[in-house]
Design a protein around this ligand. Sequence first.
Ligand code: PXP
Length: 240
Amino acid sequence: MRTRLGVNVDHVATIRQARGTRYPDPVTTAAMAELAGADQITVHLREDRRHIQDRDLRILKETVQTRLNLEMAATDEMVGIALALGPDSVTLVPEKREEQTTEGGLDVVAQESALRAVCDALMDADIVVSLFIDPETAQIDAASRLGVQVVEIHTGDYAEADDDETHEDELRRIERAAEHAAASGLVVAAGHGLDYVNVADIAAIPEIEELNIGHSIVARAVLVGFERAVREMKDLLGAR
Ligand code: PXP
């Protein structure tokens, strides 16, 4: 079975926000990702609005042709936004203001009762709920108890492994977690830090149905598109 690709366009918005311009627009990028075969568009609306804006979300809801997956913290503000918007799915992630990017999975075990109300409210509104968790049995079991449909396994420790032994250990952890989650009846997704070098081993895990990938795709786009972008600017300057 082919693994579905969710393309995360947050970092297109990061470039836009760096200058406060209208471009590059993550909405346009999402449409291009779909033309190239993306199965889903993923965006993280952060509390501090450092990249994706509320306006992006509103337009994406109107324009995404595949599926819109909203990553968000389990806060009252975000739950209100999700219920008003109605994305296809919500992925609940932990969020700290000072972090560079999402660090670690959600501690579902510790927050089970608080998460129950959030998950129930979203599922009652027909939104598929996914929990972003570390590859740990206890977290998967807690997600099962909450009755959510999907778990997304955090691949950050795997992606950051800087020697072969750690790489193998982290890969085995993810494989075991994926097997356990699938055996528990959960749809299994994975993501974070996946790139053009490390993705193959994860995509080969049969239980993993979906990968959400952002930073490496946006970074690659800068490089593969750079030469053309310079040529186009050069053309505007005219021949000498
Ligand atoms: N999945 C989740 C739940 C995330 O929080 C992120 C980062 O926003 C990603 C996938 C994508 O990670 P990356 O940008 O490293 O590919």
